[in-house]
Write a protein of this length. Structure first.
Length: 116
């Protein structure tokens, strides 16, 4: 079992920045990959960025150059630094942990609202 607790969402103006945090606890040594997903109203949840256990990262095209995913292994925490935010980035952001066993765990979600 892995417990994920997110923090850092809120209301920000377009062009602003927000940093999301996701603290993991439990069977963390089984985690292969961590990722951030988002779900906008009326849309499906979709991948935003991911980071593997060896530190390699990947992003969807619409956030490349604006978002940065990183991890602090000492704190068992993954971050999503979001810069140059746009109204279309408004969504509930979810932290995801995928174990080597392919089991998935999710955080509770944190709302990010970007005003124009």
């Amino acid at each position: 079992q892995v417990l994920l607790v997110e923090s850092g969402g809120g209301l920000v103006q377009a062009g602003g920045s927000v940093r999301l945090s996701c603290a993991a606890s439990g069977s963390i040594f089984g985690i292969n990959r961590m990722a951030w997903y988002r779900q906008a109203p009326g849309k499906q949840r979709s991948l935003v960025a991911r980071i593997t256990s060896d530190g390699s990262t990947a992003y969807i095209d619409s956030v490349k150059g604006r978002f940065t995913i990183s991890r602090d292994n000492a704190k068992n925490t993954v971050y999503l630094q979001m810069n140059s935010l746009k109204p279309e980035d408004t969504a509930v952001y979810y932290c995801n942990a995928q174990l080597y066993s392919r089991d998935d765990y999710w955080g509770q979600g944190t709302q990010v609202t970007v005003s124009s």
